[in-house]
Design a protein around this ligand. Structure first.
Ligand SMILES: [Zn+2]
Length: 134
């Protein structure tokens, strides 16, 4: 049984929706802008009117971005520390800004991707009905 409020994404190319999210486009129509600032979501799609407030990804993408940035940068920091035999303060001085830079680059596409996944899967916060208690 399908929810009449849900979108029928079964017959839609899901990779197109995910690519739209990564590119910062509306997952509903793949045309309108998803962001109105660097990381702030717009209130609704300018092309199709989809209300972006229906979905909330919170800080979920930040966790994945931190993991990805660490996987990308830490090996270079370790290699730099071992090969150059640099003092720890120099390694930190070079690679902490590098991790921050990589996080800033990855955060927007990850936010768009996670938002598109949430829309595509009709994910929503759990709702509890107090009338069902025994
Ligand atoms: Zn749209």
């Amino acid at each position: 049984m399908s929810d009449p409020e849900s979108h029928a994404f079964e017959n839609v190319d899901k990779s197109k929706i995910l690519r739209a999210g990564v590119r910062g486009r509306c997952p509903e129509c793949c045309e309108g802008a998803l962001f109105e600032g660097f990381l702030k979501f717009a209130s609704e799609c300018q092309a199709c009117g989809y209300d972006y407030h229906k979905n909330d990804i919170a800080d979920g993408p930040a966790v994945f971005v931190i993991l990805a940035a660490s996987i990308l940068v830490v090996p270079f920091a370790l290699a730099f520390q071992i090969k150059v035999d640099a003092p720890v303060w120099l390694t930190l001085l070079v690679f902490i800004p590098a991790i921050i830079f990589v996080c800033l680059i990855l955060l927007r596409p990850f936010r768009g991707l996670m938002f598109a996944m949430q829309v595509m899967n009709n994910a929503a916060p759990a709702e509890y009905d107090d009338d069902d208690e025994d």
